[in-house]
Design a protein around this ligand. Structure first.
Ligand SMILES: [Fe+2]
Length: 261
């Protein structure tokens, strides 16, 4: 069995709040909870939006926080991130692509692929030909090994009016590729700041709550600058065994409602 942790959308800031949430307080609470209760888990994957504003100061402060984790962590890139700053500040696996924050993690239960869906200067995502080629090579080489894919941007609409326009813009191309293989078992998606599960062309997926601010349900209608951040942040406690995935959405702070608004 693979036991690990899934965090997403830290939106870390060295100073200040983001949509009313304190990213330092939330991340510290998450790390304390992991160290106290899940120190026997193998690693923590962080599915993008590591920082909120792409500054070296924020990445360096983030590293100081993440280094408090007693288990290894794997940082991924989101739309709020910068490739060069991630490379400079944070640890990455040796097999990471040269031009992208994209790499694989070999585990007893299968191969985990952490993808780079970042589109420089844009909030929406993309998966270019170089990254598609790398993915195809990994899928071809894996043969019958179970594949678990982490990515920041959803490759299709999720019925969230504020988020659907900023999904991966060539999601069909991505889904066309992975559905030609029958061993892609699960998609783990960031960016959404809310827990959603379902299937994409038959492949099961889940999104994860943010460590920072939460995105509300689509009704009543909301805007990025107007919603009330009143839901608790969570991370995922993830167990994989015989290609079956189990995710426990886990509240980690003492305060049930974020009162920083
Ligand atoms: Fe985010």
């Amino acid at each position: 069995m693979l036991n690990s942790i899934w965090m997403s959308d830290l939106h870390f800031l060295a100073q200040g709040l983001v949509h009313g949430a304190d990213p330092r307080k939330n991340l510290s609470a998450a790390i304390s909870h992991i160290n106290r209760h899940y120190a026997d888990h193998e690693f923590c994957i962080i599915s993008g939006d590591l920082v909120n504003q792409e500054t070296a100061e924020d990445y360096n402060a983030l590293k100081n926080h993440l280094d408090e984790l007693t288990i290894p962590y794997f940082p991924m890139i989101g739309n709020h991130d910068d490739r060069n700053l991630i490379r400079t500040a944070l640890p990455l696996p040796e097999n990471c692509m040269q031009d992208f924050i994209q790499y694989s993690i070999s585990a007893d239960e299968g191969l985990i692929l952490c993808l780079d869906t970042h589109k420089a200067g844009e909030v929406e995502g993309e998966f270019c030909q170089a990254r598609l080629k790398w993915l195809k090579q990994e899928l071809d080489a894996a043969q019958d090994t179970s594949i678990f894919i982490f990515l920041h941007h959803p490759p299709m609409d999720l019925g969230l009016p504020m988020l659907d326009p900023i999904k991966m813009q060539n999601g069909d191309e991505f889904l066309d590729l992975i559905t030609t293989y029958n061993n892609v078992k699960y998609l783990f998606i960031g960016h959404v700041h809310r827990a959603i599960s379902g299937t994409m062309r038959g492949i099961p997926f889940s999104t994860m709550n943010a460590i920072s601010f939460q995105a509300p349900a689509p009704r009543p209608e909301w805007a990025w600058d107007g919603f009330k951040n009143d839901e608790a942040p969570k991370f995922g406690v993830m167990n994989i065994e015989n290609a079956d995935v189990n995710i426990k959405y886990t509240q980690f702070n003492d305060e049930p409602i974020n009162t920083n608004v």
